[in-house]
Design a protein around this ligand. Structure first.
Ligand code: NAD
Length: 264
């Protein structure tokens, strides 16, 4: 996809107007046209933004790019249709791609239509480094999601581990990124993002309830013949939705602008 011709403003379609969607709307460059597919009342939208009632209205509005910031279901429903029309999609709900049939369908659609699904770093970072290191067959990548026990109350109760988690870390899951995202769809977008960068067979995921962390923390450990690296992200929660890192919206907008930039 290239920049819109002449002085035509960039037309950004946005799906979802919750924590991420509202921030995205404020971060877009002045002059961008914004159409929002939302369940909120149109008067909640920023001045000048157009409320779009459904997917057909979004497609008919003619976006240059669509930013999905709604849910895994919304992504699975809307992304293939946008991509089939040649419209790039920048997605937040990448956990939906744990469904390998959906992933295959999206790749085939992009190949046919010449569109691209952009998977931004979201709550983590360093995808370029992960993708480069993972080209070497000896590289392994481990992603560890650490959250305070309060984020896993129901899961710890079901495991009979509530008391143990108040004293030390409790492992909720260890395995591959697909199953982790299938088990915890709202929480494991980052694991899926890393697996898409490195390859699913290369990534191990751990999900940990840890009384030693005050905030949701993401650790990425890369190890192999090319060296070792450790990345750790401790993000500020979005005030509108504490489960979401505030930086996610910034990552979506940065990825969108990069997609249209001369330098990739
Ligand atoms: N990639 C990442 O690193 C990352 C990080 C945080 C959150 N996420 C994902 O981003 C998504 C949005 O997160 P959020 O914090 O903004 O959630 P949120 O609950 O604050 O907002 C989501 C909004 O989307 C709306 N919505 C849901 N389905 C819709 C549909 N079909 N059409 C129109 N609107 C719809 C909801 O009504 C809500 O207003 C979630 O799927 C979340 O898992 C990804």
């Amino acid at each position: 996809m290239s920049l819109p011709a002449g002085n035509t403003p960039l037309r950004v379609g946005l799906i979802g107007f919750g924590a991420i969607g509202r921030s995205v709307a404020t971060l877009l460059p002045a002059g961008a046209a914004l159409g929002v597919l939302t369940r909120h009342r149109p008067d909640a939208l920023p001045a000048g933004a157009e409320a779009l009632a459904d997917l057909e209205a979004l497609l008919g509005w003619g976006p240059d790019v669509v930013i999905e910031a709604a849910s895994a279901e919304a992504f699975a429903n809307a992304a293939p249709a946008c991509l089939a029309r040649g419209i790039d999609v920048v997605a937040a709900s990448v956990g939906a791609l744990q469904d390998s049939a959906l992933l295959e369908r999206i790749v085939a659609t992009c190949d046919k239509a010449g569109s691209r699904l952009v998977v931004p770093a979201g709550a983590v970072g360093g995808l370029d480094h992960i993708a480069a290191a993972a080209l070497h067959p000896g590289t392994t990548v481990t992603y560890v999601s650490r959250k305070p026990p309060a984020a896993w109350t129901a899961e710890l109760d079901a495991m009979g581990q509530t008391e143990a988690a108040s004293r030390g870390e409790v492992s909720l899951y260890e395995g591959d990124a697909r199953e982790a995202a299938a088990r915890y769809p709202r929480n494991l977008n980052a694991g899926l993002t890393i697996a898409l960068a490195a390859g699913f067979d290369r990534v191990r995921v751990r999900v940990v309830a840890d009384p030693g962390v005050a905030r949701n923390t993401h650790e990425i450990l890369i190890s192999g013949p090319l060296g070792t690296s450790t990345m750790s992200f401790c993000n500020t929660p979005d005030p509108a939705n504490p489960k979401t890192s505030a930086i996610t919206a910034y990552s979506l907008v940065a990825a969108t602008l990069r997609r249209f930039g001369a330098l990739q």
